[in-house]
Design a binder for this molecule. Sequence first.
Ligand code: TXA
Ligand code: MG
Length: 313
Amino acid sequence: MKTILTKSPTKAAEFIRRGGIVAFPTETVYGLGANVFDEKAVAKIFEAKMRPADNPLIAHVGNLEQIKLLAREITPNAQKFIEAFFPAPLTLVLPKSENVPLIATANLDTIGVRMPQSDLAREFLRHCETPVVAPSANLSGKPSPTDWQAVFEDLNGRIDCILQGEATEIGLESTVVDCTSDVPLVLRSGAISLEELQKIVPETQLYQVKENEIIRSPGLKHRHYSPKARVILINRKSQIANRKSQAFIGLNKPKEKFELIKICASVEEYAHEVFAFFRRCDHAGIETIYCEIVEEKGIGLALTDRLRRASEG
Ligand code: TXA
Ligand code: MG
């Protein structure tokens, strides 16, 4: 398959309307989209990414009206979050409408819905004239793509089109909140922080997997965000053995020498850079990446979550 590169959201949307799959930028990471109501097109996403079939997709809308096409019910808490935040790096899990094919939600009776903040994303979605399901546009298990070049690296020849936008603003995936019960549960942390959600619905909690419980967000159990290199989390006091092919990313300049090093001025910049840095390390043949841990508040919670997952990968 030849992958077309374009800067035109109308041209990219044409491919969606004809049953194709298209990578497009959002404010979080690049997504790989298909018409949610076209089962064959949705199946192509799983194939192109080599994504396990039990991992559900997020549906993206260009306007609030489209949420009604996806959800059987907009629960009162979801309504509050929509009014407070949308468009935002926030995904709300709602009871699914029966029109949505089960392949999109991996057989779940719920669907994740998100209206992206990125203007280019919403312009593209409006031209698609349908909600678009889109996971991150990387090969399954690899770091999420934060620029179109990373999408190209993973998916060139496997998808119809890449809509070329800027590098993404946030760099980590959206916050996912299950709104199907009275207590909203944060299934995945992101740029919309727990603190901000609790200002709108104070009962909101972080979802903790209990032993023997069926996992609510199947994606949580899959390997994620991993570079080829080994990822080791450290703090300012950690001792680092001086070896070859080592890299460092964090907020404070370490005294040791590294082949690749990225010092970030803020936690936001760290979140923005981390996935691109992982890919850069892989290109350079780095064997070990040391990542400085950060305070687990605001986007620092989401960053810590991604770093932990990468270190377990
Ligand atoms: O920022 C983002 O969310 C990006 C951009 C493209 O929008 N998308 C993204 O999609 O990160 P993906 O597929 O890589 O991650 C979706 C996460 C997975 O952990 C999945 O299990 C969870 O959301 N999820 C999706 N639908 C769900 C549902 N109905 N119930 C529970 N979890 C769900
Ligand atoms: Mg992903």
